[in-house]
Write a protein that binds this ligand. Structure first.
Ligand code: TEU
Ligand code: CA
Length: 553
């Protein structure tokens, strides 16, 4: 029935037919009652991921860290934070995951270290330290002020004065996250050695934190997408990835349709794929960014996702995601986290997972977890929210408006503990959770959703299975339809003689949809959020958030 295009067979990589899952360890599962998720907790839940059909896990940082940014500030790349476990636990996680066919992808945070990393401790001890040049130091401006006006992504100046040595160091994030100086070959060598050390322990790849920032030229004000970026990535590939069957995904907020292929083009020798964010940044407020929530326009959203499908059709590879630990919950942003929660969660999953690329599920998405609503600013933990609270008020947002923005787009709202059961603390911990558990866990939890044959988990499980079974999903051509339709997301996939049509109603209203001629199809229902459909033609009525896929006979 289904055929592979002849050249596909040798070209395909395991991560092109895999479904990925992101674990934010602090909030996944706590094994010892200290309120913080940990590696033994993850191991105890591996069967959940195996049942879901996951091919690899992107594990947010578990390395030694003072946790100023929940582990994105690393003080030792070759050790595990004690609250998360030990190196022995990590080895066990890698082995137990592998035994279930799941690769562990670690988070490579090498744009910066923690200020408590031994390199920085040494570097700041004196101007003549051998590690001084591991970081980016500049003299004060003639008036003693900042070397230039570069701003931190977390708000405020990107420079902090080191009083003892009289120079400023650069930090594109928090002051506890000094930027590494990638122009120094010793830095690059140290990073590559560390990567190889982890590969030798059996990991399946790396997600690379803000990798588009490593090649900055600060004196020219360049931070993202610097001139030497692709030289560094090619060097990294030669020194670490070449010859290994691993997956790499670079986080690149600056990636665009014009430069995407430089990262993931098949003959570039760089990365497997990048996370690009055009579908996020398009909806940011020009003055207040994410802190002043803006509604998502479906036509614009489709335009962006369709353009990426097209741009990486012949070469390169897309990552597919609605959410992660920095972004709000998918169902709260793009669907309906009230009455239409289950239907819209399934709809969003259907649209995304049947595109060409590697889909990523953010923990809890597989049961339709929603954004947490906090009542007061003091309940937030995140450094980004805390820093921006005063800054945004200086820019004219009221405290109440900021709270609304933070509740819509803040990072903590999607970082609340995983909801395993309806019980105390959602079964996440027997102690006091580090961040409040969403009170809706009594209704929304893994146990309840998995017990429902029409639940969200079951829907995701089917999608992962379809992806591994049908090459058309990973490799078929993508054609957008009804691009101007304000309510419907529709596309077709083709591979050789095979054909697949996907239709989704993005609204909570019933919609009459005139099927475009090229999209009409008759065959068998592959998946449906509600009643299965086997044909598509003429005018059809779509139920609220209805989504389905039909495979041609
Ligand atoms: O995120 C990069 C990044 O730019 C985010 O901070 C983003 O700007 C913000 O969340 C959106 O408002 C990565 C990690 O994913 C994030 O968790 C880290 O805080 C950051 O890098 C620093 O390592
Ligand atoms: Ca714990």
């Amino acid at each position: 029935m289904l055929q592979q295009a002849p050249m596909m067979q040798n070209k395909a990589s395991w991560w092109q037919t895999a479904t990925a899952y992101q674990i934010y360890p602090r909030s996944f599962c706590d094994s010892n009652g200290d309120g913080i998720g940990d590696i033994p907790g993850i191991i105890s839940k591996l069967d959940h991921l195996r049942d879901l059909g996951i091919g690899f896990v992107w594990l947010s940082p578990v390395f030694a860290s003072p946790m100023a940014d929940n582990g994105y500030d690393i003080s030792d790349y070759r050790d595990i934070a004690p609250e998360f476990g030990t190196l022995a636990d990590m080895d066990q996680l890698i082995a137990e995951a592998r035994a279930r066919g799941i690769g562990i992808v670690m988070d490579l945070v090498v744009n910066h270290t923690s200020d408590e990393h031994a390199w920085f401790q040494d570097a700041r001890a004196s101007r003549s330290s051998t590690f001084r040049d591991f970081y980016v130091w500049r003299d004060p401006a003639p008036d003693g002020g900042y070397p230039n006006d570069l701003q931190s992504h977390f708000g405020g100046p990107a420079w902090t004065l080191d009083e003892a040595t009289g120079q400023y160091y650069l930090h594109l994030f928090d002051r506890k996250q000094p930027d590494l100086n990638w122009e120094n070959p010793e830095v690059r060598k140290a990073v590559y050695e560390m990567m190889n050390w982890w590969f030798d322990r059996g990991i399946a790849g790396f997600r690379m934190d803000v990798i588009d920032l490593i090649a900055k030229e600060v004196d020219r004000g360049i931070t993202a997408d610097g001139p030497r970026l692709h030289d560094y990535l090619q060097e990294m590939h030669r020194e670490t990835l070449a010859g290994r069957d691993v997956v790499t995904v670079g986080e690149a907020w600056s990636a665009n349709l014009g430069n995407a292929l430089l990262y993931s083009g098949r003959n570039r020798g760089e990365l497997s794929m990048v996370f690009q964010f055009s579908h996020i940044t398009a909806f940011l407020d020009p003055v207040h960014g994410k802190w002043k929530a803006r509604p998502v326009d479906l036509r614009q959203l489709k335009g962006i996702l369709n353009a990426w499908q097209k741009a990486l059709a012949e070469d390169g590879w897309n990552s597919l995601f609605w959410s992660n630990h920095d972004l709000p919950r998918a169902v709260s942003t793009y669907g309906d986290d009230g009455e239409g929660r289950i239907a819209s969660a399934k709809m969003l999953a259907t649209v995304l997972h049947l595109m060409r690329g590697t889909p990523y599920i953010y923990q809890g998405e597989e049961i339709g977890m929603t954004n947490m609503t906090f009542d007061d600013i003091s309940q937030f933990n995140d450094v980004e929210i805390r820093n921006n609270f005063t800054l945004q008020q200086d820019l004219g947002l009221s405290a109440a408006e900021f709270l609304a923005g933070a509740n819509a787009n803040g990072r903590d709202n999607a970082r609340t503990p995983m909801q395993w059961t309806a019980g105390e603390a959602a079964g996440f911990t027997t102690g006091t959770p580090w961040l409040a558990v969403n009170p809706n866990h009594t209704e929304i939890n893994v146990a309840a959703d998995r017990a429902n044959p029409k639940g969200i988990f079951e829907h995701y499980r089917k999608l992962a299975r379809l992806r591994s079974d049908l090459p058309i999903i990973s490799f078929g051509d993508y054609n957008a339809f009804a691009e101007d339709h304000p309510a419907v997301f529709a596309y077709a996939r083709t591979l050789g003689p095979d054909r697949l049509a996907v239709v989704a109603n993005f609204t909570g209203e019933q919609v009459a949809f005139d099927v475009p001629e090229g999209l009409a199809i008759a065959g068998r229902s592959l998946i449906a959020s509600d009643a299965p459909r086997s044909g598509l033609s003429g005018r059809i009525l779509l139920a609220p958030y209805e989504a389905f896929a039909i495979l041609k006979d």
